[in-house]
Design a protein around this ligand. Sequence first.
Ligand code: ADP
Ligand code: MG
Length: 156
Amino acid sequence: MRLPPVFLITHSPRQTQILGEKIAARLQPGDILLLHGDLGAGKTELVRGLAVGLGAPPDAVSSPTFALVHEYPTRIPLIHVDLYRLPVMEAEFILELEEYWQRPVVVVIEWAERLGEELPEDYLDITLTWTEDQERSLEIRGAGRRGKELAEVCEA
Ligand code: ADP
Ligand code: MG
């Protein structure tokens, strides 16, 4: 059964982080989050909330200074992938990602549209859109059983 998406508005970076913390409280090893949205949409703010919710200090996440993948040593290890600099997916990297799907970690991917067809079965999908200076709209969809459970967490 396909559930309708969850729509949310946040009115500050902190509110977007708080959504991340709320999701983090329910994350399990193996969960995957795919983030979409232009530069400045708030993807990294959401990742900051996830990391804090999983036990990282707030300054652990900065807008990526890393090339592709950064791992935070959180309660459940958080793998933060940013595909901005990788417009075309390389076969080698696709294999690396598929290995993450199998590990007891949480994976969050910015610019997930660049995955193309290489999608896992279960994931939470969040598209962030700039609406005003401090306001963002979020469209949240869950795929598979876990994705749907996590989408419900966002709704409550
Ligand atoms: P992205 O990773 O999508 O490029 P960032 O999270 O790095 O975006 O940046 C978002 C920017 O927008 C930050 O400077 C943040 O302070 C600002 N901002 C303003 N309002 C919001 C909001 N409601 N949610 C998230 N970020 C916001
Ligand atoms: Mg970012």
